[in-house]
Ligand binder design. Structure first.
Ligand SMILES: [Zn+2]
Ligand SMILES: [Zn+2]
Length: 116
């Protein structure tokens, strides 16, 4: 990511995450990730050995937590000393599950971040 991109993503994450997802750079990167994953949900593939069409690109490091990685398909994970996926193609159901949006809300649902 360039300095300008990092600045923009950081600003979006802090003030208006919607604008990040409307950004032309995000659209480009999102398409790249889906193409790289052949539009297949990577979680369904690895976990359930089944094919499902990916509709979403998910930030493993959430936008709010790491806006500096927002457009990076890979990142260096210091815990494993390996380059791992930061952006990953998921189907709708897996995306809901990884965010825990399907778990009946014990906490206030209004506090749930729906935009990363
Ligand atoms: Zn899936
Ligand atoms: Zn997500």
């Amino acid at each position: 990511m360039t300095d300008e991109e990092r600045q923009y993503a950081t600003q979006c994450a802090a003030t208006d995450p919607h604008s990040f997802y409307k950004w032309s750079r995000w659209e480009e990167v999102r398409t790249e990730v889906l193409r790289a994953d052949h539009y297949e949900c990577q979680r369904c593939k690895l976990k359930y050995h089944r094919y499902r069409r990916a509709t979403t690109v998910h930030h493993i490091n959430h936008l709010k937590a790491r806006p500096d990685l927002a457009l990076e398909m890979y990142y260096h994970n210091p815990a494993t000393h390996a380059d791992e996926r930061n952006l990953i193609s998921l189907c709708h159901d897996c995306h809901e599950e990884v965010h825990g949006w399907r778990i009946p809300a014990c906490q206030d649902p209004l506090t749930v971040e729906r935009w990363d």
